[in-house]
Design a protein around this ligand. Structure first.
Ligand SMILES: *Cc1c(COP(=O)(O)O)cnc(C)c1O
Length: 404
């Protein structure tokens, strides 16, 4: 049991707390599921990019899936070897491509024909051969929230099967491109196995047809997206997930790359916030807290649900909106959540906050971002200090002083 009261006193609120042992056990469970095959788990850094979190996975032998050069730098800094780093993302700049190539990472996931041309040009200028993988959009409905679905033609990600095939043939004829992998990532918070299996089948068929053309791909990159339980979702067991993928790979000698983010970190994390006030009108009860959408935007952005723990506060419960101090009606952490009567300084602990929580934070309303704390083997330690007012204005202040 994590002692949230003590942590809140020690580090103040709002506060993010991550259970590193939980992250380890999720990592091990997924690694174990794929053990019959060569596989690399490449942690999707964007889920929680705190350096200590990335280092924790590095120490477990993880690779990294990065969606900006900044994330690639984080991964390298934390000791993830370059040959286990993948650079994905729909809009990479020339500078990012150049740095990815000179850092000699495993491969770049290419998301369009135009991007392939840029990579080829830059590799030629550098006098090197760029290792790439092509992100295929298999046009499968992942049956998740529309904002986190990525594998439909209506989404901006990847290229369709026929274009991918043309691109691989183009790569084969290029002196500066070496196609070594294939990639798909159909969405996030996936809770159904059928769309994953279907997508893997489509992509595996493409790999086989490329093999006939003497284009031999080494890496079968299945993306991330494995869902977790926020409320009452039925989730996919790692073993079933692995089996579904493996069943599509008969006669293929490929290394599986899996890019889990949410699965590894979401349920390791807690967002602790303190009650400031309660108020009610004829329609609604509001519990106003010191955490807000700038700390945890998932409820506002995706209508996401986070379970709330009131730490043994008893009394009769009635529905309340848990809202922050930010000047937006969209600033809420929960809607109509059954809560006992709350007092000033009572704590609320929002669960499942370890993925896409802190990282999506901002300084909106000139609010400093929360501190982050790790719990490991029963010990707590600060892994990011709370942002001060000085931190927030640091990049603006000099210009004001120049004028005066
Ligand atoms: C975001 C992302 C992931 C991780 O997704 P989760 O749902 O957090 O597992 C993996 N791969 C790519 C390419 C991504 O963009």
């Amino acid at each position: 049991m994590i002692d949230f009261n003590t942590l809140a006193k020690k580090y103040k609120t709002p506060l993010y707390v991550y259970d590193f042992d939980y992250m380890s056990s999720q990592f091990e469970a997924l690694k174990e599921a794929f053990k019959g095959r060569k596989s690399i788990l490449a942690y999707a850094v964007k889920a929680n990019s705190n350096l200590s979190v990335v280092k924790h996975f590095a120490q477990m032998g993880s690779g990294a899936d990065c969606v900006s050069i900044g994330e690639v730098r984080r991964a390298l800094m934390c000791g993830i070897p370059n040959y286990k780093i993948i650079f994905s993302g729909v809009g990479k700049s020339d500078e990012e491509i150049t740095e990815a190539l000179t850092s000699d990472i495993l491969y770049i996931n290419v998301e369009s024909d135009a991007e392939l041309s840029r990579i080829e040009m830059i590799a030629k200028e550098l006098g090197i051969v760029a290792r790439i993988s092509i992100r295929v959009n298999p046009n499968i409905d992942p049956k998740t929230h529309p904002y986190i679905s990525t594998g439909l033609h209506a989404n901006k990600f990847g290229v369709d099967i026929n274009s991918a095939k043309r691109m691989y043939i183009r790569c084969k004829n290029s002196e500066h491109i070496n196609p070594i992998g294939i990639h798909f990532h159909i969405g996030s918070q996936l809770t159904e196995l059928d769309p994953i299996r279907e997508a893997a089948e489509i992509v595996a068929d493409l790999v086989r047809s490329l093999s006939v053309l003497k284009i031999e791909l080494k890496f079968f990159d299945i993306g991330g997206g494995l869902g977790i339980r926020y409320k009452d979702e039925t989730t996919i067991a790692p073993y079933d997930y692995a089996q579904a993928i493996l069943s599509t790979l008969t006669a293929l000698d490929v290394t599986i790359i899996c890019e889990p983010g949410r699965f590894l970190t979401a349920n390791s994390g807690y967002f602790i916030t303190k009650v400031l006030y309660e108020k009610a009108n004829s329609d609604k009860r509001f519990v106003i807290v010191d955490g807000a959408m700038n700390d945890l935007i998932r409820p506002s952005l995706y209508d996401a649900y986070h379970g709330v723990d009131t730490l043994e506060k008893d009394g009769e419960k009635s529905p309340a909106d848990i809202v922050g101090p930010v000047c937006e009606s969209g600033d809420f952490l929960a809607k109509d959540y059954p809560l006992a009567k709350m007092q000033h300084n009572d704590l609320l602990v929002l669960k499942s906050a370890g993925a896409y929580g802190f990282g999506m934070g901002s300084n909106y309303n000139t609010r400093g971002r929360s501190a982050e704390v790790a719990i490991e083997s029963g010990k707590d330690r600060l892994i990011r200090r709370r942002e001060s007012f000085e931190d927030i204005i640091a990049l603006e202040k000099e210009f004001l002083e120049e004028e005066m």
